[in-house]
Design a protein. Sequence first.
Length: 135
Amino acid sequence: MRSRPCSKSGCSLSAVQTLTYVYTDSTAVLGPLATRPEPHTYDLCRRHATSLSAPRGWEVIRISSADADPEPSTDDLLALADAVREVGFSYEERTTNDAGPAAGAPEAERMVEVRRRGHLRMLADPASVRPGPDA
């Protein structure tokens, strides 16, 4: 993932927080870096985020980025490793046969891929799929 630069002109540091103005409430909200650039927001480096001041009569709300994106715990990492390991074992246990999935197989294994676009797949129940003209 490529980092975005600070929105302040002349600053080449990487942005760490996003600034948004709420004009109706005369409020400036400084929070964690947005996942993608948005119009009418400003991505700021740590130096410009800490030195931010608002116009007279405006309030600045600083949302701590530490609370918004906590570090993963050891339990989270172990659970992820177990899930990956379980999926890996399930692929090894599968047998390939031309008869198709067993009658007691999970619903997802009885589905037929109809169309694919990028990483998305459209699945359908084989009973509901009509043969195409070239079938």
